[in-house]
Design a binder for this molecule. Structure first.
Ligand code: B12
Ligand code: SF4
Length: 545
């Protein structure tokens, strides 16, 4: 059977990496014998007519979209388009947002036939089998899940769907115990080349689960309290494959890579034993790192460890059930610095109990950490469906200002406490942002004056390349203007780029020398390619690796 999976749009400013969960779902479907394609709206522009063409050409029987809360609107819009174009296609959604708002999703959007709740690999395969066995013929005028598939769907755990008398949920499916039995994520279906061209990192996981109970977190509820580990040898096999793809770095996306020292050390040792050279990052908690683990991580190629610190207020730290102390934070930072790792700290503004005083404490604590060598970021609390902070927001004294899911991007305040209004928190975020903007501005001046070394200039140079490459991708400049006749074969890559520059001049608004630099870098890194044959150029992105 043919199945189309969709990664919905979200902005480049959020530093997207290739869709990991979706490739696991795709991998499971392929292993079950289905033909799967992924439409990735993060790196391809979307339009109704392109969906019409795709559905006409591929003819999938199931179309599924993943989403987090901030991408839900984009995901559901595509599903609505699919139903309008092809009413007999079975439409499904999955991912952390709909898992905890399946009721709201299915009630509000009749176009969504079913929601896969939680881990999706087994459920989606059973769903596909059910659709395959029960699907109506092409002459059926209009698809009706309740009538045609209701009975088959009722026996699939982890599913919610449109029933005859409203939404039906079959209840949560047990979490997978043996992660090593999962088929490989189908990364070959993801346009990895575009992410690499944009300078993004690539994610993989070595475990699933987190034993902690932070009240703002959905992750733990998605993956369960008991951490399930993959075999370190298999983990490093995958890392070895990812290293061969030449991404800037790999993100170990486990909820908590450092949850278990033994596992963590086993992965590091295996990386070192194979002499694998790659840069990676991971998430950690300050109370789960030790000097030994951090040193081994560094030796194995880890460059950056991200800690959720959340607040500088000891009181709020208790309320959110984070289970760490500010002293532990300071100690963990010292350990990272000693080990030669860059620590990153993320803070959330607008947590229960936030007051002007606690905001000051948080900012002061972030400054203290900065002085110790920590990079930090501020986010605004987004009370996602499935979190305790959302379920009990009134008890926590929180006022939720927006129920528009598109606002749940955590960059702007959408909750207030009794004494802290949204603009107070937005001000902190924008001040923090302006420090970063100033840094880039000053770096730009230094580069223009010829005073920056290549290494110093790199962050800005690569940011500019990312922006230009992204604009070229989303405007389809290469696709629309990259095929043209030219009587003179290019002497070298630079000459070829210059010919392309002439053809695309005026179609993208960036300084020509920066466009040229970007195109050359893309070509050198094998993210862009051209063919010159029979006096004709054909340029193309290297989409698949
Ligand atoms: C790693 C990670 C990231 C990475 C990249 C992930 C990637 N490339 O895919 C980065 C750092 C880029 C990132 C960014 C963001 N993240 Co994040 N992230 C995670 C984390 C820690 C692990 C995700 C993961 O890879 N899990 C492993 C895979 C296998 O699981 P999965 O993605 O859930 O997929 C399974 C199911 O959901 C389901 N499924 C998924 N898609 C589909 C599609 C269909 C059709 C079906 C049927 C099933 C299905 O099947 C999959 C296989 O079991 C989770 C925490 C968690 N455990 O969920 C947070 C989490 C998903 N992130 C979260 C958030 C908020 C974000 C950001 C919005 C943050 C921001 N403001 O920028 C962005 C949005 C990115 C996006 N569009 O997905 C929230 C989402 C909550 C919510 N309701 O929105 C989570 C849950 C953490 C939290 N705060 O609680 N994230
Ligand atoms: S925030 Fe981190 S430590 Fe807390 S429950 Fe979520 S994954 Fe676990």
């Amino acid at each position: 059977m043919k199945i189309l999976l969709i990664n919905p749009y979200y902005p480049i400013s959020e530093a997207p990496s290739p869709p990991h969960g979706l490739s696991f779902a795709a991998g499971a479907l392929e292993a079950a014998g289905h033909e799967v394609r992924i439409l990735d709206m993060v790196v391809f522009p979307y339009s109704y007519s392109m969906m019409e063409n795709l559905l006409m050409e591929f003819q999938p029987q199931i179309v599924g979209a993943g989403s987090v809360t901030m991408t839900f609107d984009s995901a559901v819009k595509v599903i609505q388009d699919v139903k309008q174009i092809s009413p007999n296609t079975v439409t499904i959604m999955g991912g952390p947002h709909v898992t905890f708002d399946y009721q709201g999703t299915l009630e509000k959007f009749w176009e969504v036939d079913a929601v896969v709740m939680g881990e999706g690999e087994k459920t989606i395969v059973e769903l596909a089998a059910a659709v395959e066995s029960c699907r109506p013929g092409p002459s059926t005028p209009f698809f009706n899940v309740a009538a045609v598939l209701g009975e088959a769907f009722s026996s699939i755990k982890g599913l919610a769907f449109q029933g005859e008398n409203g939404v039906v949920s079959t209840g949560a499916r047990d979490l997978l115990q043996d992660l090593d039995s999962l088929p490989e994520p189908a990364r070959h279906l993801v346009p990895l080349g575009r992410y690499r061209a944009l300078g993004m990192s690539i994610s993989m996981t070595t475990s699933r689960g987190c034993p902690f109970k932070c009240i703002f977190c959905v992750g733990r509820r998605m993956v369960g309290a008991k951490v399930r580990y993959r075999d370190p040898v298999k983990v490093v096999d995958e890392l070895e494959y990812l290293a061969s793809l030449n991404f800037r770095q790999v993100n170990l996306a486990d909820d908590l890579f450092t949850a278990n020292e033994k596992h963590c050390l086993a992965v590091c040792n295996e990386i070192m034993a194979r002499g694998l050279k790659l840069k990676w990052t991971s998430f950690a908690r300050v109370d789960t790192v030790t000097p030994r683990v951090l040193k081994e991580m560094k030796k194995a190629g880890c460059c950056n460890v991200s800690f959720g610190i959340e607040t500088g207020s000891p009181e709020i730290m208790k309320t959110i059930r984070k289970g760490i102390t500010l002293d532990q934070v300071v100690r963990a930072v010292e350990m990272c610095v000693e080990a030669g790792l860059e620590p990153h700290a993320s803070f959330i503004l607008g947590l229960p109990g936030e007051t002007p005083e606690t905001l000051k404490q948080t900012v002061a604590f972030s400054e203290k950490l900065k002085a110790m060598g920590v990079q930090h970021g501020f986010h605004s609390l987004a009370p996602f469906p499935g979190t305790q902070v959302r379920d009990d927001h009134e008890d926590f004294g929180l006022k939720i200002l927006s129920h528009d899911w598109a606002d749940y991007h955590a960059n702007q305040a959408i909750v207030e406490t009794e004494t802290v209004k949204a603009d107070m928190m937005d001000e902190i975020v924008s001040q923090w942002q302006s420090v970063f903007d100033d840094y880039l501005k000053n770096l730009g001046k230094k580069i223009d004056a010829g005073d920056a070394t290549e290494a110093e200039a790199f962050p800005l140079v690569s940011l500019v390349r990312t922006i230009i490459a992204y604009d070229l991708m989303m405007d389809q400049t290469i696709e629309n203007l990259g095929a043209f006749p030219d009587p003179n074969p290019p002497a070298n890559q630079e000459a070829a780029v210059e010919v392309l520059m002439e053809k695309i001049a005026g179609s993208i608004e960036h300084p020509p020398e920066k466009i040229k630099d970007t195109l050359l870098a893309m070509l050198t890194d094998n993210n862009l390619k051209y063919k010159y044959k029979d006096s004709q150029y054909t340029w193309a992105w290297v989409d698949f690796l």
